[in-house]
Design a protein around this ligand. Structure first.
Ligand code: ADP
Ligand code: MG
Length: 293
């Protein structure tokens, strides 16, 4: 059984005449790392909110079709039970953080789950150690940097030990180093700890190759769904803004495959140069530059 099953889902926000999600059908299996890409307003956050049970409960509006988690319709699930299974990290950690101290913030979600004190303290300690937050354990949340706030938001969700992480542009407020830090952590959570990850991201160059699967959204619908390489290959001609820059660079060239990382691009370039070198050498007056990297 898939973890999530969405069937013909259409959703309108209150008082909106245009559907934010249009006839979406998809399945997500346990352990997958799904990257959700697409333009602004294409429905990425709305889809994430459906999976985390916030739409329609929290946002209201009209919904058609069905979204289920482990065979149970999400709408009818007990909120606490769903929060134990599906954790959501929002784009802006400022909006997620409600407590004044780091430790209290991590404990906050656990209190809401109704866990007893001993379990709570243990979970807080575990997540602080796992996420390397020891040094900021007693710091005021208001004094944290953007990267630390995002890490804290993720820590608070992890403390609830969900099975699924839904991340809505978790690096959008961060500098490149903190962004890399968060993305590496998410990758580890998926690969080493088995979390199912559904991540919306704009920085495709940093995470496209990390995903098992890419969902490309357009105007509330799924325009393309497949492995990262498949989606890159299919979309490279039409909408190159949703493939990594290195793939875009090779888009117009007649190369046998689409590279997803700089490393792959370099390898491809090297093999292409090897192929054309003899031809260049046969041309009088042309001396190809050596390419050693
Ligand atoms: P994305 O995350 O891809 O930028 P969204 O899911 O946020 O897209 O938005 C999809 C559509 O729903 C857009 O037309 C947007 O204006 C609308 N929308 C998003 N959030 C709300 C909201 N809280 N209330 C009303 N309309 C919204
Ligand atoms: Mg969004």
């Amino acid at each position: 059984m898939p973890l999530f099953k969405v069937e013909n889902l259409t959703y309108f926000y209150p008082e909106s005449k245009e559907a934010a999600l249009k006839d979406i059908s998809l399945e997500i299996s346990e352990g997958e790392f799904v990257l959700v890409a697409g333009g602004s307003g294409s429905g990425k956050s709305s889809l994430a909110r459906v999976l985390a049970g916030l739409i329609p409960d929290f946002y209201g509006g009209r919904i058609g079709g069905k979204a289920s988690f482990q065979g149970r319709e999400i709408r009818t699930m007990d909120r606490r039970m769903l929060a134990r299974e599906v954790g959501m990290v929002f784009q802006d950690p400022e909006k997620q953080i409600v407590q004044t101290h780091v430790e209290a913030e991590i404990a906050f979600g656990l209190e809401n789950l109704g866990l007893d004190n001993e379990v709570m303290l243990r979970r807080v300690a575990e997540v602080i150690s796992f996420m390397d937050l020891e040094q900021i354990r007693c710091v005021f949340t208001a004094n944290l940097s953007g990267g630390q706030k995002q890490k804290l938001a993720l820590a608070s969700v992890l403390a609830m030990q969900p099975r699924v992480l839904v991340l809505d542009e978790p690096t959008s407020q961060l500098d490149p180093v903190s962004a890399e830090d968060i993305l590496n952590l998410v990758k580890r959570l998926n690969e080493e700890m088995g979390f199912t990850v559904i991540m919306i991201e704009q920085r495709l160059e940093r995470c496209y190759h990390l995903a098992d699967r890419v969902l490309l959204m357009k105007k509330g619908s799924i325009a393309c769904d497949g492995s990262a390489r498949e989606v890159a290959r299919k979309t490279i001609k039409g909408c190159t803004s949703f493939v990594p820059p290195v793939a875009r660079f090779f888009a117009g060239m007649n190369v046998p495959s689409v590279p997803l990382t700089v490393k792959e691009g370099r390898k491809l370039l090297r093999s292409c140069l090897k192929d054309i070198k003899p031809a260049l050498e046969r041309q009088p007056g042309l001396h190809p530059v050596s390419y050693t990297h």
